[in-house]
Every structure is written in C-alpha cells, then in structure tokens.
Ligand binder design. Structure first.
Ligand code: PLP
Length: 396
C-alpha cells in the first residue's frame, strides 16, 4: 500500500547502525558515537539569548514564507562579508535546514528523467532527493588517490543532453575533502560549456584547517552566477543543528520556484530560530573560531593515530569534521564469528567488539572506507582509538 517512491529510496545504513548502537547502549554498554554529523558543542550563548528574546518578544507568528526581511538582510550581508557576493533579498530563501534547501532546489529545477551529477563519496541524502524528484543520479566515482575530488575530465564525461544539475559539496561530507580556488576554476570552465545548474552545498564553509582558504563557487565563477544555487546554513558552523535553519542564494526564478514549493509544504522555518539565526550570521564570529581550535586538535590527533594503524591509510582532508580512512586492507578478513566482506561488516565489528559507532563508506557510495566524525571530546577519541586498535588485532 506504500507508494513506490518510498521503496526506491531504501533504508539508510546509518539508521541501522544508529539503532544497533542505541540497543547496545540500552543494554548498559559504553558506546562511543563517532557517527554523528553534528558538533558536540552547545549553541553559543549570544545566539541562545537571541532565541530567548524572540520568545519573550512574541516572535511567534507566521513570517514571510521565504524568511524574515531581517534574516535575509543579515544573510545578504554575510554573503558580502565572507564571500564578496551580492545577492538581493528576492534572491535569498531561508528553509528548515540546508537539507530542505537542497531538496527544494532539486524539486524546483529537475524534471522527471533529467540527470543530476553526484560526485561520490556523496552525502547520503543527495541520491535519495534526486530519486524523490524522479530524476536520475549520475554518480562520478572518486577515491583517495585524487583526494576524493572530481577532475574536469570526469565531469565532462558525465555530462549528457539530460544533465540538469551538478551537486558540488565543498567541503565534503563524508570525506572532509575541499576544492581549492584553482580546482574550482577548472570545474567552472567545464560548467561554462554546457547549460545546467550547479547546487553548491557549502555548509562546511567555516570548517577548514591548516592554511586552506575556502572560496565559494559563486565567488570563483561569477560568469555562472545565474546557474549557481548556493546552499549554506548555520547548523554546523554555529552548533545549531536542532534549530533547523538553512538558506539558498540563487537567481530569482529558482528562488521563486523554491518559494512556491515551500509555501505549499512546510512554509517558513521556525520564527524563533530565524531570530536566533540573525545573531549567528551577523553577531560576533569568534564563537566559530573557538570550535575550530578544538576541531583542529582532534583532527590532528585522530589522523596521526589512524595512519599509524597497520593497513589503514587516510587522505588528510582540508575541512569539515570527518576523516574517511581507507580500510580496504581489512576486507575479506574474519573473526571467530564474523566475516568482514564489506565496510558495513567492518563497522559492525567495531560496534560489537569495540563499542564504537562509525559509518561505512558504502553508505556514501564508496566501499572500502569508513567515516569517522571527530565532533566529540578528545577523551572519547583517545578511548576510541585504543579500542579500535585492539579490535583490529582480532581480524585475521
Ligand atoms: C553536506 C551537507 N549538506 C546539508 C546538510 C544539512 O544540514 P541541515 O542540518 O542544515 O539540514 C548536511 C547535514 O548533515 C550536510 O552534511
């Protein structure tokens, strides 16, 4: 009785692992969760205060469907300040999380049967969203030898007369890999030759390390402005995953299309969250740097430890808060009870043997890898590394 579209999107492996981890926890085991896509920090105080003020001042009514004028003005100022981009208010729409921004952007642009180019490893939701829009995902496979980045040549070969959208997630979930300015310029050159939209998902913009300099795709390729659908949000940068605010900057026709869809589905995001979001994007930005300092230390620690394990290699990613080590040397090994033939089996071994929850590369279209989030305390990371090393010694 359930609609076909539901069956087509399958059950998320992440949810299965998370359910298993919860079960173990409920049985009294000390499970360390390295599978989450959110920071472990609370929302900064100034932002919380803005949210509280919004409640006290009765910001409890419907707002404009595309987001309040105040918030869109703050977002326009942010895009100017951080990315040197000029967007008018009617070119910006606020949604209930960047997830809804991406979904609405796909729904507003992709007709049934049209193709969406999705570089893999991909964020799990992209292919599911394309499927729901009755589009077709065309996956470009990348691996650690190219830093998980697509080459201009790979992109050229993936383009057909049916291509409607390219999704460019930069920095990437799940790999943390990020394109530098030159790499973006090369991709832009290929995009100029054909006519399709580029959804630039830049939600991890603020999370970059070492001397890496982030550039928005729209900044690097102003000639593609009309075709770039820039998605960003406050969930990751300001530790606000639960507040559900994401936004899109694009040409006004795309924004109008997204606005129509949003008006008939969820309407605007929470009025209280919108008020708090103004403080996030327009308020003091040192709060981001405080979190980044912690992430920097954790990334360094985890990277060094993982790469010291026999058979594990890891691309050192430029951004986000994930590592994506290559564990393929452990495939086709076994314990006394379990055969390890896939990254899913490997994750299950870590879960049952070491009580560590991670996510298999297969969930992101990349078998042989593991996604580990370091958005948890250093203490947890140290314990997880000890347990992981012991668990891997049991594989034959
Ligand atoms: C690449 C990417 N885009 C978008 C999102 C959605 O973020 P939000 O929580 O704002 O919906 C996520 C969250 O995991 C993400 O990793």
């Amino acid at each position: 009785m359930i609609a076909d579209r539901v069956n087509k999107i399958g059950v998320s492996e992440t949810m299965m692992i998370s359910a298993e981890a919860k079960k173990l926890k409920a049985e009294g085991h000390d499970v360390i969760n390295l599978s989450m896509g959110e920071t472990d920090f609370p929302t900064p105080n100034n932002i919380k205060e803005a949210g509280k003020r919004a409640v006290d001042e009765n910001h409890s009514f419907y707002t404009i469907n595309s987001g309040t004028i105040e918030l869109r003005t703050a977002i326009a100022a942010k895009l100017k300040r951080d990315n040197h981009l000029d967007y008018k208010l009617n070119e910006i729409i606020v949604s209930s999380g960047a997830k809804q921004s991406v979904y609405n952007a796909i729904l507003a642009t992709v007709n049934p049967g049209q193709e969406v180019i999705v570089p893999a490893p991909y964020w799990v939701s992209y292919p599911a969203m394309v499927e729901l829009a009755q589009g077709k995902s065309v996956v470009i496979q990348t691996d650690d030898t190219s830093g998980f980045k697509i080459t201009p040549d790979q992109l050229s070969r993936a383009i057909t007369s049916k291509t409607k959208v390219l999704i460019l997630c930069n920095p990437s979930n799940p790999t943390g890999s990020a394109y530098n300015k030159n790499e973006l310029l090369e991709i832009a050159k290929v995009c100029q030759q054909e006519n399709f939209y580029i959804i630039a998902d830049e939600i991890y913009e603020k999370m970059v390390y070492d001397d890496f300099e982030f550039f928005s795709f729209a900044t690097v390729a102003p000639e593609l402005r009309e075709r770039i659908i820039l998605v960003n949000g406050i969930s990751k940068s300001y530790a606000m995953t639960g507040w559900r605010i994401g936004y899109t900057a694009a040409n006004e026709h795309v924004v109008q299309g997204m606005n129509k869809i949003q008006s008939h589905t969820t309407s605007h995001p929470s009025s209280i969250s919108q008020s708090a979001a103004i403080e996030a994007v327009a308020g003091p930005q040192y709060v981001v740097n405080e979190m980044l300092a912690a992430f920097r230390k954790r990334r360094e620690y985890l990277y060094n430890e993982l790469t010291s394990i026999d058979g594990v290699t890891c691309y050192k990613p430029e951004g986000a808060f994930y590592l994506f080590p290559n564990i393929s040397a452990y495939l086709h090994t076994h314990t006394k009870v379990l055969k390890i033939d896939s990254s899913f089996d490997f994750v299950m071994h870590l879960l049952y043997e070491a009580h560590i929850a991670t996510v298999p590369g297969s969930a992101f279209g990349a078998e042989g890898y593991l996604r580990i989030s370091y958005a948890t305390s250093m203490e947890n990371l140290k314990e997880a590394v000890l347990r992981m090393k012991a668990a891997l010694k049991k594989l034959r």
